[in-house]
Design a protein around this ligand. Structure first.
Ligand code: THU
Length: 135
């Protein structure tokens, strides 16, 4: 099934991006990959900084790369961390996902063994503030 292949590609991209994590301070590697409305995949890792607050999460690295390439809607985002449990995006990343999430957006929260759970935008950020609130 084509959709299954796309999901697997997204997952593979997230794992590959995790290998690129720049994490000299936390040693906590995170990888993410987003699928945009045109079927393109963009990936990203977390990038830390000696000035700790300047760190960027993997999810935002991936989303910002997509947006910088012209994407305005994201359909899916896969994320993997070093945690043994399913990956949990931070609150800031959830808000950034909210900005660009397509109505049918799905988060694939992965475990290192490759298993995952699928969560909707509303499940990860209920009663959220988004672009519509400024219309
Ligand atoms: N991190 C992410 O990349 N994504 C998240 O959703 C949670 C946290 C990164 C930031 C930092 O480099 C490291 O994980 C520890 O917080």
């Amino acid at each position: 099934m084509a959709n299954k292949d796309l999901k697997q590609q997204l997952i593979d991209s997230a794992f590959a991006a995790q290998e690129m994590a720049y994490v000299p301070y936390s040693q906590f590697r995170v990888g993410a990959a987003v699928l945009d409305e045109q079927g393109r995949i963009f990936s990203g890792c977390n990038i830390e900084n000696a000035s700790y607050g300047a760190a960027n999460c993997a999810e935002r690295t991936a989303i910002f790369g997509a947006v910088a390439a012209g994407a305005r809607r994201i359909k899916m985002l896969a994320v993997i961390t070093d945690d043994d449990d399913f990956a949990r995006p931070c609150g800031i990343c959830r808000q950034v996902m909210r900005e660009f999430a397509a109505p049918d957006f799905v988060l694939l929260a992965l475990k290192p063994d490759g298993s995952y759970i699928e969560l909707s935008m509303d499940a990860i950020l209920p009663f959220s503030f988004g672009p519509e609130q400024l219309e």
